[in-house]
Design a protein around this ligand. Sequence first.
Ligand code: PMP
Length: 391
Amino acid sequence: MPHTDPAVDPTSRLSRRTLAMDASGIRRAFELGATLENPINLSIGQPDFPVPDAMKAAATRAIEEDRNGYTLTQGIPALHESIRRHLAHDLGWSRDGEDYSTVVTSGTSGGLLLASLALLDEGDEAIMPDPWFVLYPQLGHLTGGKMVACDTYPDFRMTAARVEPLINDRTKFVLVNSPGNPSGVVLSDEEMRDLADLCRGRGVQLVTDEIYDEFVFADSVRPDGTCPSPARFDHQALVIRGFGKTYGCTGWRLGYAAGPTWLVEQMRKIQQFTYVCAPSPLQWGVIEAFDIDNADQVARYADRCGMVMEALSPHVDLVRPGGAFYAFFEVPPALGMTATAFMERAVERRVLLVPGGVFSSRDTHVRLSFAVEEDLLREGLAILVDLLQGR
Ligand code: PMP
C-alpha cells in the first residue's frame, strides 16, 4: 500500500544516495553571489570567449538540415573518426586499429559517470585527488562505491608515491586530473609514467580526466606542444575529455571517452539506456573542432595567470598553475579564518571566489578563476590583496 498518511515526511522517500550528496558549500557561494549587484566574479568555471564561428555554423547547419534525431548511442561516425585522428596525433594511439574504442558523451561529466557506473560495485574503491573536482566524491555516492581521497597538499601533485599506499584489493581505478581543477597544476611526463606503471603493476584501471588538455601554458607543455598524459604510457588507460572548455561551449554538453574496448563497450551500453546519445546537431558542430587553433586564447590565459601570480604570490602560498584557468591559494593562517570566512569577506567587497571546502576535506584555500576579462581581474586582485593584508 502506498503511504497516504499526511504526517509521513515525504522526504523519507528520498534515497540515501541522494541525501548523501551535500551541495550546501557551493550553494552558499552561489546564493551569496546572487545578492551582489555588480560582482567581480572570479568563481566562474568556464572560458570567457565565444564558440568559434565555424563550429556555430556547423551546428546551425545540422539543425537546419534536420539532423536533430537520435544518433548512434556512441556518437556519429564522422566525429569518431576525427577523435581517432586527434588521439593518433596527440597520444600516439593507433588511428585505425581495433585496440581501443570511443564513446561521445554528454559532457565530460557524462563520461566520468558512465565510467564509474561501469567499474564500481558497492564496497569498491577508487582513488581521487584531494583537492578534487566537485563531481568526483559524488561518483561514490551515485554508484555505492567509495572515492578515496589522495592528499596532494601542498603542491597538488598526485604522484605515484602518494597514490600507492591507498591501493588495496578493493581499488578499481585511479582518477587523475591534470591540468587540475581547482589547482591548475599540470603533472610532468615522468610523473605520468610513474602513475601508469603503478596502475599497470597493481592491476587497477587508470582513468584520466583531461578536460583542460588544451589549456596548458608554455612551461608545462611537452616539447611537441601537447599536454602530458598518462595515456601516452598506458594504452589501456581511459581518457576522458571534453569540448566545452576548449571551445567555449560548456552548454553543448559534449565530451568523449577513449579506452579499452571491454570498458568503453559497457559505458556505451549504460549510455544506451540512460542518456541515449549526446546532443546530435552539436556533435556535427564539433567534428572539425580539433583543427581550430586556440593558441591565442591560451596565451591570453597564460598572461592572466602571470597577473595573478604577480599580484598574489607576495602575500599568499600559491602554486603556479601550469594550465586550466584557476589558481588555488591558501588563506594566510595569520588571518585566522577559514576559506569560507574569507570568501564571505570577499563577497562584502563584491568579489566572488569559491572556498576550498567545496573541493576538499580542508577549508584552507580558495579558488580564483581567471576566465574573466583583464580589467575586472585586475580590480578583483587589488581587492584581494587588500583583504590578504588584513585591510
Ligand atoms: N572535470 C573537471 C576537472 C572539470 O573542471 C569539469 C567542469 N568544470 C568537468 C570535468 C565537467 O565538464 P563538463 O562540462 O564537460 O561535463
